[in-house]
Design a protein around this ligand. Structure first.
Ligand code: PRP
Length: 209
């Protein structure tokens, strides 16, 4: 069976629906329960539900043959996997954001709060701007409001969280969307199965366009 890691939550549900349409259904996955493994032996597929930032860990280590993951995670952790396809779903952007009135005076290192220290460091390095990273795990928007940081580097989707906290986008770092990835050894030994999923995804997503 082909083992596919899916991110828990909204993106995972969307991705699963595309996979189901592509011929890999497993309806129990949408039921309200706490199970983490779902399989459909007839369709030759087994799904794992994991934290979005862990999808590439399962795939890189070969515990899953393939997975669906945001480009933000691939840029942050640079896992050694094949990135096969942009699903054009879960679209958002990685941004630098700060209080509406914020102006960078360049008099000291910029304090940057983020869940994405690698992406943030690389971005500001490319701008030759000295920074201090403050590594947080969530509710990043709070940091500049209480003086923990000057700005944040975070995902912006609808912009609601920024707006409701008096913050605005200062710069866009990179656009983000969901990607279909595969383990390198699996791609060698289960190449036909992985390509079959890939073709199914491509045709069902192009029909929607
Ligand atoms: C993400 C992100 C922003 C928010 C952006 O947070 O970190 O806070 O979504 O979405 P919006 O532009 O549509 O408002 P998430 O919901 O993953 O929670 P977190 O605060 O725990 O990171």
């Amino acid at each position: 069976m082909l083992r596919i890691a899916l991110p828990k939550g909204r993106l995972g549900e969307k991705a699963y629906k595309a996979l189901a349409t592509a011929g890999y259904p497993c309806p129990e996955l949408l039921e309200d329960n706490r199970r983490l493994i779902f399989e459909n032996p007839g369709a030759g597929v087994q799904y794992f539900l994991v934290k979005p930032s862990d999808v590439s860990v399962y795939v890189e280590h070969g515990a899953a043959d393939a997975g669906i993951v945001g480009k933000d995670i691939l840029l942050e952790y640079e896992p050694d996997v094949y990135e096969l396809f942009d699903l054009h779903m879960g679209k958002c952007r990685m941004c630098v954001a700060g209080p509406d009135a914020f102006r960078d005076t360049h008099t000291r290192a910029l304090r940057v709060a983020t869940k994405f220290p690698h992406i943030a460091s690389r971005y500001f390095e490319s701008q030759s701007r000295e920074i201090e990273i403050i590594h947080l795990n969530g509710s990043i928007e709070l940091a500049p409001l209480v003086g923990l940081s000057d700005v944040i580097v975070d995902i912006v989707e609808t912009g609601t969280t920024l707006r409701e906290n008096g913050l605005s986008v200062l710069e866009t770092v990179v656009p983000v969307s969901a990607r279909f990835i595969a383990n390198k050894a699996s791609f060698k030994f289960k190449g036909d199965e992985i390509r079959h999923v890939l073709d199914g995804l491509k045709s069902c997503l192009s029909e929607k366009d």
